[in-house]
Design a protein around this ligand. Structure first.
Ligand SMILES: Cc1cc2nc3c(=O)[nH]c(=O)nc-3n(C[C@H](O)[C@H](O)[C@H](O)COP(=O)(O)OP(=O)(O)OC[C@H]3O[C@@H](n4cnc5c(N)ncnc54)[C@H](O)[C@@H]3O)c2cc1C
Length: 459
């Protein structure tokens, strides 16, 4: 399938890396593809045997959202290329309307085919891959990370590079290098969002679900697009069954106020995003272990209840449970700018913007059962490059869900299409630094923007 070889990172090749991308999730994959396509000798290090992180290992589905509330596309670039390439092999159906009415569009995708396409994009870009490898530590000198330490079946080794992109989602590189982080606790309680174990059901019939929604509108999210559903528009997302859920949840014991699920790429598929594990730290091994156990308990309980009690699910069966529980929020760096809720809601624009988003603040309550959401910006807001730059570390760019944002700001910037765009920008910036012998802070935002635009980004 692949023609080019995957480097075995021997000591002789290691010295040659301009850019090491730490983590091969949605952000890291796009960062590595972007850095390599822009001429940097690039290595991506990933703990699993495949790329995609939350989208594949945690089956976080669908991608939300490439559009603003008026239907204008505000995110494209490598993220759109991934959607197009998936669509060409039956792994996506493009952007479809969100039946819940929370956002304009959502983008269903197949997690396994996403691994294939991401891997192909990485290999074609010329980036080297080191899979099945965990980054455990960093080596620093005078505010510069000189190498990361990895552990894998070959043993433990140092991987040096000129520039590092921290796309670990948990800011592992920044934290181990001693960079300042934002508070994760208030009055002893975690203020980070809960974890969720998604799962996929197959054998689902959507027409009985549609009929039930139209017959019981009060039982569903108030923005649900009832008129469109009446007209026969596709049912892509469902949020509600409030009374039924309240009754059964005394037994299921899930800290959640509703059932939430999405249609998939195939007509009988449904991705359920309903389990919830609160007050556990997704960057702590014992907490994560407890979350896996509880998340998997909830998956079985929810799937059994849906099959036995919800019209349309009579013949359903679990066809996929992810490799790991989904981690929404852990560490957030303290960067040169901290993007916040006002920036999101008011649609702030910045001279050094490297990505756009129009997604509202969407917080799964850290302690309760509900959701805390904001208005979406009228057009879009922008993420400044400064949110990716760490205080006290000069050659590391942080991208993805751990950028410099407040808890509320992060609740919008964390969405996957936005992470794709941040990854693309981080990769280009690192490649430019390597070729021009600059530090990330020396790069002009306007130059980055025009190059990103040339490479398909909406900016
Ligand atoms: C339950 C849940 C529901 C969500 N719902 C949606 C949704 O509906 N739509 C949407 O668009 N977004 C949603 N999100 C948000 C979105 O999935 C993530 O915020 C986003 O994909 C993060 O991408 P990332 O690349 O920054 O991080 P991640 O996806 O976490 O990727 C990090 C990568 O780094 C690797 N890694 C981490 N540490 C190390 C290490 N030390 N060494 C080596 N490798 C390492 C990981 O294995 C992973 O591949 C949801 C998230 C969760 C958890």
């Amino acid at each position: 399938m692949y023609t080019s070889g995957v480097a075995s990172a021997s000591p002789t090749t290691l010295d040659q890396y301009d850019v090491v991308v730490c983590g091969g999730g949605p952000t890291g994959t796009m960062a590595a593809v972007s850095a390599a396509r822009n001429g940097a000798k690039t290595l991506v290090i990933e703990r699993y045997g495949f790329p995609g992180g939350s989208s594949t290992a945690a089956m976080v589905h669908p991608w939300l959202s490439f559009h603003n509330k008026h239907g204008e596309q505000v995110l494209a670039g490598l993220g759109q290329e991934l959607v197009d390439r998936l669509q060409a092999i039956g792994g996506a159906i493009g952007h479809v309307r969100d039946s819940i009415g929370f956002v304009y569009s959502l983008t269903p995708f197949d997690p396994d085919l996403t691994k294939q396409v991401m891997l192909r994009m990485l290999v074609e870009s010329g980036a080297d891959l080191m899979l099945h490898t965990f980054i455990t530590d960093v080596q620093t000198t005078n505010g510069i990370v000189t190498a990361v330490r990895v552990v894998n079946k070959s043993g433990s080794q140092l991987i040096p590079a000129k520039f590092f992109i921290d796309a670990t989602g948990d800011a592992d590189i920044a934290m181990r290098a001693g960079a300042p982080m934002q508070e994760q606790r208030k009055d002893g309680q975690l203020i980070t969002q809960p974890l969720t174990m998604n799962f996929r059901l197959s054998g689902v019939q959507w027409e009985p679900i549609r009929r039930y929604i139209l017959d019981n509108p009060d039982e569903f999210h108030h923005e649900t697009m009832f008129h469109e559903l009446k007209r026969g528009e596709p049912l892509t997302a469902v949020s509600g069954y409030f009374s039924e859920w309240r009754k059964v949840n005394e037994k299921l014991n899930v800290p959640r106020d509703r059932l939430l699920f999405f249609s998939g790429v195939r007509p009988d598929e449904c991705y359920v995003n309903t389990s919830r594990v609160t007050q556990l730290d997704g960057a702590d091994a014992f907490d994560l272990t407890a979350a896996e156990i509880e998340g998997r308990r909830q998956v079985t309980a929810i799937a059994d209840w849906m099959k036995g009690n919800i019209a349309g699910f009579e013949d359903s069966y679990i066809s996929m449970i992810p490799t790991q529980i989904g981690v929404r929020e852990t560490r957030r760096i303290l960067g040169d700018y901290v993007i916040n809720q006002n920036d999101v809601v008011n649609g702030s624009k910045f001279e050094d913007a490297i990505a756009r988003s129009a997604y509202p603040v969407d917080i799964h309550a850290p302690t309760g059962a509900g959701l805390i959401t904001s208005e979406a910006p009228d057009d879009y807001y922008e993420i400044p490059f400064r949110c990716l730059l760490l205080q006290g570390l000069d050659n590391v760019i942080v991208a993805g869900r751990c950028i410099s944002a407040t808890h509320e700001g992060h609740a919008s910037t964390r969405l996957t299409p936005t992470c794709f765009a941040m990854g693309q920008a981080a990769g280009l910036a690192a490649a430019q630094c390597a070729s021009k012998n600059l530090l990330p802070r020396d790069i002009k935002g306007s130059q980055l923007r025009s190059k990103l635009r040339e490479q398909g980004a909406v900016l």
